[in-house]
Design a protein around this ligand. Structure first.
Ligand code: ADP
Ligand code: PAZ
Ligand code: K
Length: 259
């Protein structure tokens, strides 16, 4: 069984995992901010040892310059590896893409939906990926990506207030507040942004009639405590590290090792 390198290049961070096609075949993982992307070569060198992967499956929504940079690094650390730049299509790994133009759907969202389907087969699911943007997508019990929402992520929401107002400061992400009705500016911003994120997820969950809500992404740890208090989501909330990567792994498992 040969190893695959999976890459999820989002707008803030590049995440990767080294896997094989077994269900529990998660061998190593790592991440770097775009500014520190050069660190990936060292991370990969350590993870690969003397056996670089022969196949790479990469989802990139961070633009062509990032893709070119990754191609150069991959050529150095895994020379000769076959690289597939994952793109949204009408159907893949048992998931049907309901976007009017399937290729327009962010490939990270399609991969996340494939991951959600793999984790909750035959169930109506909402998958919220809380990264630079927050995406909240609906997958039905028959395995169709129905559609979804895109909103500014938690960090973007907060920083847009700081950038576009005279009096509001840049806040740091923080823990759940005891009350949504804050008595100071920093907490009022945090309460507003967290409530907007959690509220959109709850609303999508209710509207879709979902039975499971998968929460992922770098901002998920801040949003999860608020969702955990939502009666609507009782017993239905599941925090999954990097659902995009889980989806790419599901594709590798579904399609197997080419001979
Ligand atoms: N150490 C960190 N560095 C950067 N962002 C972080 C960090 N910890 C949490 N975050 C939050 O996670 C978001 C990035 O999450 P991630 O899922 O990696 O996004 P993307 O897939 O868009 O690159 C940031 O916008 C921020 O809200
Ligand atoms: C919505 C996104 C910006 C999310 O990116 P991320 O927050 O993961 O960096 C990305 O999925 C994207 O560029 N989508 C293309 C448009 C669409 O999905 O309709
Ligand atoms: K996202």
């Amino acid at each position: 069984m040969s190893a695959w390198l999976l890459v999820d290049a989002g707008n803030t961070r590049i995440k990767w995992a080294l896997v094989d096609s077994a269900a529990d075949g998660w061998l190593a993982e790592g991440a770097a901010l775009h500014a520190d992307a050069a660190d990936l070569a060292a991370q990969w060198g350590t993870a690969f040892g003397a056996a670089p992967p022969l196949r790479v499956l990469a989802a990139n929504v961070a633009g062509t310059a990032v893709r070119t940079r990754l191609e150069q690094m991959l050529a150095a650390v895994a020379p000769g590896a076959a690289v597939e730049w994952f793109a949204s299509s009408a159907q893949r790994a048992g998931l049907v893409n309901g976007y009017r133009n399937p290729a327009q759907l962010g490939c990270d969202r399609f991969a996340a939906a494939i991951g959600a389907r793999a984790l909750a087969p035959g169930r109506a699911v909402v998958v919220a990926n809380c990264g630079t943007a927050t995406t909240i997508d609906a997958i039905d019990a028959a395995g169709r990506f129905v559609g979804g929402m895109i909103l500014p992520g938690l960090g973007l929401m907060a920083s847009s207030l700081a950038r576009n107002t005279a009096q509001l400061p840049q806040i740091q992400p923080g823990a759940l507040l005891p009350s949504p009705f804050a008595d100071n500016t920093d907490d009022a911003i945090l309460a507003g942004c967290l409530s907007a994120q959690a509220g959109a997820i709850e609303r999508a969950f209710a509207r879709h009639g979902a039975v499971e809500c998968i929460l992922s992404g770098g901002a998920a740890p801040y949003i999860a405590p608020m969702l955990a208090q939502a009666p609507l989501l009782a017993g239905a909330l599941r925090h999954v590290d990097n659902i995009v990567m889980k989806g790419l792994h599901a594709i590798v498992r579904a399609e197997g090792d080419p001979c």
